[in-house]
Design a protein around this ligand. Sequence first.
Ligand code: SF4
Ligand code: SF4
Ligand code: SF4
Length: 505
Amino acid sequence: MNINKKRILVLFSINVFIIIHILLWYTYGFRKVGTFSLNGIVNLFGFGLLNSAAVFFIIVVAVTVFFGRVFCGWGCHFAFFQELALRALHKCGIRPSIIHSKANIIQYVFLLKTITAIFEFWHIYGFPQFHINIGDTQVITPDLPRSPVIIALFILFDAFLFVYLMGSRAFCRYVCPWAPLLALFENVSFWRIRKIRECTGCMSCTKNCTMGITVHEEIAQHSAVVSASCIRCLSCKGACQNGTLDYKFGINALSVTRTFRWLIPKVSNYNIYAELILIFCGIITAFYTQKYLGSFQTFLGAAWGLCFAVILLKILERKRITITETVLEKRSFPAVSLIVLSTLVWCWGTFAPHETRLLMRGNRFMDRMEYEKAIVTFTNAVNEYPSNKQIRSSLALAYKNAGNYEKAIIEYRTLLAEDPENAVLRNNLGTVYYRKGEYDAAIEEYKKAIVFDNGLTAAYGNIGLIFLEKGNIEEAVYYLENVFATEEEMYQYLLTYFGSKQGQI
Ligand code: SF4
Ligand code: SF4
Ligand code: SF4
């Protein structure tokens, strides 16, 4: 079995392990070990949380420091889909050429975004406090794609279409934010592809390089592959019939080149204008997909933008004609555009919008009883989406739970001004008055709630409780009768209530 087949088998096994892990997690409730993801960097530095993802991140970085980007070659689940796409295209007689472009600066933008997210978490949640919880996945799971459709779209666009248009490992070379991070550590790696005997210059290594590195040139110049793009896939070693190459220990790239290697290629297939079009389309689509579809879908957006730009450039380069003429002439152009646009529209309408995500973030603080932080989140959200009643209602609840009753009343009154017959809001407002000790105002709101919804048992119960507090048992019983299914249950409640009062006395 050649090295490429072995690699694809290993990458396939990784995906099988992931499926087993998901099944264990969701079907059998085995939740001791959480997600394995390089997003662990956010858990670790953003929250001080050492969970499975953070441990995974540390291990991958440590491996890269010594052995180079072995993880990208042999350990990443998404590498499998890209290699699968390439093989499928080869089977169909399509051999996509590897396109080099400085548009891969987009990867650095995404990496920067991840790092700034860490600081954003510091800002929102405070300075991280170190703690260990290997099974904790809370921090990253809201962002992970759950829908099979989204996963299918990732495979279709980020693997198949991307590889078809930009060549082998296009996602790794243009979008993945972990590539520049791992490339950083790759610079000091000792184990790399090295020359062990004379080279004939046949260039077979270069033609077979998964990442489009000019291997024969690097070997001639440095006697080793020093490019930070090298993922240690060993494809070049397998392709060299002369036995010139081996994966060996030696001095690191920095010792050889004395310059730090970035991923941005020195030579590009495009001129500066084309590069700008690529970067613009990639970033702008990524930005809007993140805003409206969630942060994980950023990568889907970047692939859409880049693919669209490449198609556009291909057509324009070939014909040197205007876009209008191109659209009319090329049937594939409107077809691909339609697929991309309809997918975008479909996703747009189906997934949680930005305001819902803000709401979720605030609710996370509420769950942890960190009400002041919830107030900050909801206030920002209200400023951004003033007409969103759910967010304002959550803000009112956060004020109530934080004991800031005046502001809670203001928020509930604002909501009720637009929706005066909302029984739940009336009931909540009544509870704020009750907590404030303004029993009469509370009863008034509860009674209004009952007028608008005579089945709202919470309001009956709340009035009953206030009358009990006031010592008016007759009135209390009148309202409590609407809460309990039987008289027995109600008297049991009254006994418990008076029992606890006696205990207090
Ligand atoms: S660059 Fe990213 S997607 Fe590609 S193999 Fe590495 S971690 Fe996976
Ligand atoms: S395949 Fe081997 S012999 Fe041929 S150029 Fe590459 S390193 Fe040299
Ligand atoms: S240089 Fe060799 S090991 Fe590195 S990416 Fe290219 S083919 Fe793989």
